[in-house]
Ligand binder design. Structure first.
Ligand SMILES: Cc1ncc(COP(=O)(O)O)c(C=O)c1O
Length: 403
């Protein structure tokens, strides 16, 4: 398995072979859809299955009790992954679940303003529009700068006492750009704004080193199944100190304790953003995925994944009619392109039919951004650390066959 020698990750060919051995499906598929749902390492699947077996053997609550130390360790692993503390983490079922638990808890009223990044993910924007419609708050998109990422100067100009929420998607689903999340936090702090800063890190957690101490966000939402390589149906939310003093919109007997006929106490820490029932099998798998990513190193993962995505961009852009749509100063492992005169859905379908897993990003995932760029839809290719040159060869061959 020979990769071009310019891989900047520091991983040797033997290291990459080990990553592939850890990922059995990397031998049998060309999986370039890790921004959709990544191939999990074997340890993640084993962890999930073993816990399900234990539930079968001794009962669900009993298996949970038996695994309590390992469940606690999941919080520690996720906290390490984002540079926070275990009691700052709430477990959830997806990035959207995490994000909604945060956003719906922020009190809003008529006249408030919600600032959103141009590339904000559809599910966030839909909730924002719905809440704005009900409360009388208004939604304003922060323009992008010349590099196509959130313009921090424009954000600064928009900040005033009416701004209650700033929602930024760190790494969009539909573009390889990465928004300047730390500069957004620094700008909010410097301006003295008390707006709630929600960072959607769904596509960045697992492929980019993240340190919440540098971000200055109030909430950071993430999912398990994407670049982190955890099981489906898992996610988490990091919460700031003031977020952990806010009353969440959703309360159950896990997030709060019913103390008297008409009184309750909120759970301490980020637990207040959780609900009782969870798939402990899946969450233990999420912890295993976090441990796996930490052991490899997020800086190593970022260098390899972004290098592979850059190779994808350079190789597909040599083909006739192909335009790469990615913007930004630094780029993620998401490579996107359109083909002149062709419906991107058909192109993506053709590549998939040829045995290469890619995905189609429709306009509805980020209407504001697609319309601003004049793009109707596009093909998305997302390699991971276990991707090798043969996968990219297969992609190019499949694309050539479709053109
Ligand atoms: C940037 C971004 N945010 C949020 C989501 C939603 O994630 P989930 O499906 O885990 O709720 C996605 C999914 O593709 C995404 O790409």
């Amino acid at each position: 398995m020979t990769m071009p020698s310019t891989d900047p990750s520091g991983l040797s060919p033997a290291d990459v072979e080990r990553l592939r051995s850890d990922t059995p499906a990397s031998r049998t598929t060309h999986h370039l859809n890790n921004a959709g749902s990544a191939l999990p390492p074997r340890v993640v699947v084993d962890t999930v299955v073993e816990h399900l077996r234990r539930e079968e053997e001794i009962g669900g609550y009993e298996a949970h009790a038996e695994a309590q130390d390992r469940v606690d360790a999941v919080y520690t692993s996720l906290a390490r992954l984002v540079g926070g503390a275990p009691d700052e983490i709430a477990l959830s079922t997806s990035a959207t679940d995490s994000w909604l638990r945060a956003f719906l808890s922020v009190p809003l009223r008529e006249g408030d303003r919600i600032l959103v990044s141009q590339a904000e993910y559809a599910s966030n924007v839909l909730a924002i529009m719905s809440v704005a419609g009900r409360t009388g708050a208004t939604v304003v998109a922060v323009p992008d700068d010349a590099d196509g990422v959130l313009d921090v100067d424009a954000l600064r100009d928009l900040l005033d006492e009416r701004v209650r929420v700033v929602a930024v998607t760190h790494a969009p689903s539909h573009n390889g750009l990465i928004n300047p999340a730390e500069a957004v936090g620094a700008t909010l702090r410097a301006s003295g704004s008390d707006a709630w800063y929600l960072l959607d890190a769904c596509q960045s957690v697992g492929q980019v080193p993240i340190d919440v101490r540098d971000l200055g966000a109030d909430f950071v939402s993430a999912t398990g199944r994407k670049f982190l390589r955890g099981p489906r149906g898992t996610g988490f939310l990091w919460t700031s100190e003031r977020a952990r003093e806010l009353e969440p919109a959703l309360l159950d007997l896990h997030a709060a304790r019913w103390t008297d006929e008409s009184a309750y106490e909120l759970a301490p820490g980020a637990t207040r953003y959780e609900t009782w029932e969870k798939s402990y099998a899946a969450l233990l798998g999420l912890g295993a995925a976090a441990d796996y990513a930490l052991e490899l190193g997020l800086d190593v993962a970022q260098r390899r994944i972004s290098w592979l995505a850059e190779l994808v961009r350079s190789r597909v852009s040599e083909l006739p009619g192909v335009t790469v749509n990615d913007r930004g100063r630094t780029r993620t492992g998401i490579a996107t392109f359109s083909v002149e005169g062709r419906d991107a859905r058909d192109v993506a379908q053709g590549i998939v039919s040829a045995g290469v897993n890619v995905s189609y990003s429709p306009r509805e995932y980020a209407v504001r951004d697609f319309d601003a760029q004049g793009i109707a839809g596009q093909v998305r290719v997302s390699p991971h650390v276990f991707t090798v040159e043969e996968d990219l060869d297969a992609l190019v061959e499949a694309l050539e066959g479709v053109l």
